[in-house]
Design a protein around this ligand. Structure first.
Ligand SMILES: NC(=O)c1ccc[n+]([C@@H]2O[C@H](COP(=O)([O-])OP(=O)(O)OC[C@H]3O[C@@H](n4cnc5c(N)ncnc54)[C@H](OP(=O)(O)O)[C@@H]3O)[C@@H](O)[C@H]2O)c1
Length: 272
């Protein structure tokens, strides 16, 4: 696996930071995107110390803001090197709780970051990938297969990512550009803390703890899956089987099971 450059969104924590550390040895240049510039700069300094020949660009960008995304895309188009490029659309956020008490701002941010930013970046970079080679990794979720009460927009946004990635993969196949959708179950990152509303009970399904994976399992496994030309990556057999089961379950049965799921005690998100 050798790329001239990799663009990683959501590189300031969780999977994104781990992708940056893994890819530092395999790229000449990394472009790290997120809102928290200080953390990105610290990561860039660490990577440049560990890999002296590596160029690291930090792009501080709020991917929920359309103008900021336009600016990012214009910069990327003017500054990208020619050569094989890996685009990792990883930035994402959730919001635990019922729709009725959610905030419009939070709902919009989730849809902008999880779907629009991902599509716009694929759209902007696809011509370069077709001309010079490369690949796309889109971070979906096991939630892509499930309509989840109290997580409705998030799960639907990940269903969008999975479906979009499958179609884009077919479009780019003839150009030799693989597209991988990564579908993790729960993983300990900052994700849960960001998604939790203050005063909101956890309300997690009792079996959730059985499905946890680790960051390296997701990141290393997905990079191997990309190399092997896979369309989807589930980080464990349990997650793969859960996805398979849900996709093949009659809808009335799925509705019944999801209706039995413990509900979260609702509260408005602190950012309201
Ligand atoms: N952890 C899980 O259980 C799990 C399971 C399945 C799928 N996923 C998916 O995995 C991906 C990575 O999540 P993670 O678990 O690593 O969570 P995380 O630690 O919370 O990381 C999320 C990343 O997204 C960035 N981000 C969020 N909002 C942004 C915005 N408006 N503009 C720019 N960047 C933004 C954050 O950076 P800043 O805050 O610095 O902007 C951060 O770097 C997400 O797409 C998530 O949906 C996670």
């Amino acid at each position: 696996m050798k790329y001239q450059q990799a663009i990683i969104t959501g590189a300031s924590s969780g999977f994104g930071a781990a992708y940056a550390r893994r890819l530092a040895a395999a790229c000449e240049r990394l472009v790290l995107v997120a809102r928290r510039g200080e953390i990105l700069n610290e990561l860039a300094a660490e990577l440049k110390t560990d890999y002296p020949g590596l160029e690291v660009q930090v792009k501080v960008c709020d991917l929920s803001a359309p103008e900021a995304r336009c600016g990012l895309i214009a910069e990327l188009k003017s500054q990208l090197l020619s050569g094989k490029t890996l685009l990792i659309n990883n930035a994402g956020l959730g919001d635990y709780g019922e729709l009725a008490s959610a905030t419009a701002v939070r709902n919009a941010a989730m849809m902008q970051v999880n779907m629009l930013a991902l599509v716009e970046l694929c759209h902007a970079i696809a011509p370069l990938l077709k001309a010079q080679g490369g690949a796309i990794i889109n971070i979906a979720s096991l939630a892509a297969d499930l309509p989840i009460p109290d997580f409705a927009i998030y799960a639907a946004s990940k269903a969008f990512v999975a479906s979009f990635s499958e179609a884009l993969r077919i479009e780019l196949h003839a150009s030799g550009v693989p597209v991988l959708a990564v579908c993790p179950g729960p993983v300990h990152t900052e994700f849960g803390q960001v998604a939790r509303r203050s005063g909101c009970s956890d309300g997690a399904a009792p079996f959730k703890k059985w499905f946890y994976s680790t960051i390296p399992t997701v990141v290393d496994g997905s990079l191997r899956a990309l190399e092997r030309g896979k369309a989807r990556f589930y980080p464990s057999l349990k997650i793969r089987m859960a996805g398979l089961l849900v996709r093949n379950m009659p809808l009335p049965v799925l509705r019944f099971i999801m209706g039995m799921r413990p509900r979260k005690v609702t509260a408005t998100h602190p950012e309201s």
